[in-house]
Ligand binder design. Sequence first.
Ligand code: S3P
Length: 194
Amino acid sequence: MLDLGIWSFRAARQYCDVKAAKSIVLIGMMGAGKSSVGRCLQQRTGLARLDTDEMVAAQFGIPIAQIFEKHGEERFRIAETDVLRKLAPERPAIVVTGGGIVGSAENLDLLKRLGTVVWVTADEATLFERASRRNDRPLLQKENPRAVFSKLFRERESLYAAAADLRVDTSALTHDEVAETILNRLEEVAALQQ
Ligand code: S3P
């Protein structure tokens, strides 16, 4: 335990010292744990956390589910891209995104411009089970949410893969362990990118 603690501290400190010029951008399906992992990364690095869903909800002044209900998904997607455009690449942060953000080519470019893109994932059944714990996800408030989820999962897999610099399987890890894994593996990514 003690060793893990010291190592985690080192990983976080090294990240802040050496690569503070880049944001960490979390992508992945609903239920991947992006928000919780984002909070752990925020704590470990001291960087600001920006959540595109929270920013869109703040812009409309209502929760995401109500945005879908009142204005439709298309309006939500436009606002999501607007928010991404406004994020400044030169200001490093932990950027948490909604699961559908990889749906447009412009978004993919914007994500990559922001920093190191980390695909947080697990097997489909695990993701669905986690995503279903909350009932505020408009895309799953359908007659057959399992089938909807499966379709989105299949459609998005290749998009996440195309966008990501790093893929982390969260199936057997706590949120904090995922954060630690990301910080440690960013070393490898940085070395490859040099
Ligand atoms: C969506 C995922 C949600 C939110 C919106 C649409 C999606 O975010 O952006 O409900 O298309 O997968 P989370 O991935 O944080 O649940």
